[in-house]
Design a protein. Structure first.
Ligand code: ATP
Ligand code: MG
Ligand code: MG
Length: 384
């Protein structure tokens, strides 16, 4: 607990990490531009670094002040992480893990090589109609065209339904970008599992059902509804097997598709705390944020710490049409019982941006569903 943790990035995941660290008097410093990022607002330290998490000099300054360096975003410069770890900084998870995972195709290739089932994927030699033709001949249509790097919240995905979409898809993702094609997954539902890799164990939180709208996570339900105990366990086992393929310690978010025939496929892995694990703050003895700190600092962590206390539903608060839409939502949510409101301190809302979330926990899932329904209706009221 006496070590200083340096974090690349300082958004909402960093903010919730700092909140967990504060309870244990673990010093966390952030590398992020400005002094008022969501994470820095809740962490009063003199030695935060003002800069870009892609800037080598800034990363070196962070490393010089930290015992362990970690990330809250995977789109970082891994050359510099490699360099600082070779000169003695403890980087968690391992820089090679971050490098592989930040390229969504390389990530899938590694998993396939370890016998972990993922959606079938083919890299395009060039981002051209001709190469997309070839991929669609192999994978069939529809398919999902994806950017290999810098993707989040569905930016970097383009559903290709017919050949007429080829050009639009390539234009949308940028013709000079590296892209790959993924076989369309006709999933029944999407699942996610937060996995914790410690120095000698791979543990998992419960299986979560995730609901995405326009490729952005909207809701999570824990335990996953309509999923048998067997599948719930299979999902946790698959997630643990996937994370065990990667070096280093920390929390990983594993997103999965459950197909109509109950086959589970990995969609993607995040090497850090994840949106689908926010519910753990209220619903589990140890949250994903605290679990990440315990893992990277070699503090005790038991499987029992990750069990669900009571059913939980999380609803993301996305920016709406007005700059204070998230505050209006929060005012409504405060009227609800058993509802925890989290706002991230991002200032004015931008449409579609993650501004906060709410978590409802209750003794039964149906009670939690009943409580949260008015808030789902509230966010759906402006839907076209
Ligand atoms: P995140 O914010 O989770 O990092 P991302 O931008 O990396 O998102 P993906 O996780 O690849 O995007 O995809 C976002 C969503 O798009 C998925 O959760 C799923 O709903 C849908 N999707 C992605 N790949 C496929 C696929 N192969 N077939 C069908 N739907 C898909
Ligand atoms: Mg992603
Ligand atoms: Mg995703």
């Amino acid at each position: 607990m006496d070590k200083t943790v340096g974090v690349l990035g300082g958004g909402q995941l960093g903010r919730m990490l700092a909140e967990a660290a504060n309870l244990l008097e673990i010093k966390v410093i952030f590398l992020e531009s400005g002094n008022l990022s969501p994470a820095k607002q809740v962490s009063n330290q003199y030695d935060h670094i003002d800069g870009s998490f892609k800037d080598p000099e800034a990363v070196k300054s962070l490393a010089a002040k930290s015992d362990v360096v970690t990330i809250e975003i995977e789109h970082v410069n891994t050359d510099i992480l490699e360099e600082i770890s070779k000169t003695g900084t403890d980087v968690q998870p391992h820089w090679r893990t971050i490098r592989t995972i930040q390229d969504k195709y390389a990530q899938k290739e590694l998993l396939q090589n370890h016998g972990v089932a993922t959606a079938q994927s083919l890299p395009l030699a060039t981002a051209s109609v001709q190469d997309l033709e070839k991929a669609s001949a192999a994978l069939g249509l529809p398919l999902m065209l994806k950017s290999r790097k810098e993707a989040y919240d569905g930016r970097g995905n383009f559903p290709v339904k017919t050949k007429d979409d080829f050009k639009a898809a390539l234009d949308a993702l940028g013709s000079n970008k590296e892209v790959y094609a993924e076989k369309w997954a006709n999933f029944r539902i999407e699942l996610a599992v937060m996995v914790v890799k410690t120095k000698d164990q791979v543990l998992s939180f419960p299986t979560v059902e995730t609901i995405h709208e326009n490729s952005i996570c909207k809701l999570t339900y824990t335990p996953a509804r309509g999923v048998s105990k067997t599948i719930d366990k299979q999902a946790q086992d698959l997630a643990k097997k996937a994370v065990a393929c990667f070096e280093g310690k920390g929390v990983f978010g594993v997103e999965m598709f459950l197909l109509e025939d109950d086959t589970l496929l990995i969609n993607e892995i995040a090497p850090r705390p994840h949106n689908s694990g926010h519910y753990t703050i209220e619903a589990c003895p140890v949250s994903q944020y605290e679990a990440h700190l315990r893992a990277i600092l070699d503090l005790p962590l038991l499987a029992k710490d990750l069990e669900l206390r009571e059913p939980a539903i999380m609803l993301n608060i996305l920016g709406g049409d007005s700059e204070d839409s998230h505050k209006n939502f929060a005012r409504q949510a405060l009227k609800q019982r058993r509802t925890k409101v989290h706002l991230y301190g991002k200032g004015k809302a931008r449409k579609g941006r993650k501004m906060g979330h709410i978590t409802v926990t209750a003794p039964t899932m149906s009670e939690a569903e009943e409580i949260i329904q008015p808030m789902i209706d509230y966010v759906d009221k402006d839907k076209p």
